[in-house]
Design a protein around this ligand. Structure first.
Ligand code: FES
Length: 227
């Protein structure tokens, strides 16, 4: 596996992944299921049931197990199949296991790495406290176009790039506000942005930031249309 493969990428905002839900996510064309039990952290799995390949993001959660919607096989949080409804007396063999990816929640963002066997550690992007979710949005554009547009964008006060690392950009805006934007490559020309802020303590400030991000998306996509 190449260096490109072994990278952490933000794929969603932790607070937006509801308890007892399973959600589809695409990273570089790989279909993933991002799911959370009734309690506990978000898990990231291959979006494929080991039985007959149904998408696990269509599944449903009971307690801390994810059940496939097709034949109801249940997988506990480590991926092991623990129940096959058509054979209630059978203990599923250990070999029946959903494929999982490394997943971590930090800065209010869910991160994953497509390298399963030996992922590098999730990079340190600074202090973890005080980050509030702003929004996720998806933009038509390449990673390079999106990054350049973020760096040039008018966030309403002088902004400065503080850090570019782990497919994320940290910006200081004015004297009090910090933004952390994780970039999720969905496909060559489609990027997810997962944005958290520090210093945006009121809902109004975060709502204003969310509107500006909407404008950022419009600017990126209009610039592409002109080409
Ligand atoms: S395809 Fe998932 S249980 Fe059959």
């Amino acid at each position: 596996m190449g260096i490109e493969h072994n990278q952490w990428r933000g794929i969603g905002l932790d607070r937006q992944v509801q308890p007892a839900s399973s959600n589809p996510v695409i990273v570089n064309g790989e279909m993933l299921a991002m799911w959370r039990g009734e309690n506990g952290p978000v898990r990231v799995w291959e979006d494929r049931c080991p039985h007959r390949g149904m998408r696990l993001s269509f599944g449903f959660v009971r307690g801390d197990s994810l059940r496939c919607i097709y034949h109801g096989w249940a997988y506990r949080t480590d991926g092991q199949c623990v129940e096959i409804p058509a054979h209630p007396d059978l203990t599923p063999p250990k070999t029946i296991c959903a494929a999982s990816y490394p997943a971590e929640t930090r800065y209010g963002i869910v991160w994953t790495n497509l390298e399963r066997a030996a992922p590098s550690p999730l990079p340190d992007l600074g202090p973890e406290d005080g980050w509030e979710p702003v929004r996720s949005l998806y933009v038509n554009g390449s990673a390079a176009q999106v990054e350049a547009a973020i760096e040039a964008f008018d966030f309403g006060a002088p902004s400065m790039v503080r850090l570019k690392h782990a497919n994320a950009i940290a910006l200081g805006i004015g004297v009090e506000l910090e933004l952390l934007i994780a970039l999720q490559p969905v496909a060559d020309n489609r990027i997810g942005l997962h944005v958290v802020a520090r210093g945006a303590s009121t809902p109004e400030t975060r709502a204003s930031l969310a509107r500006r991000l909407q404008r950022l998306r419009t600017e990126i996509e209009m610039a592409q249309e002109k080409k």
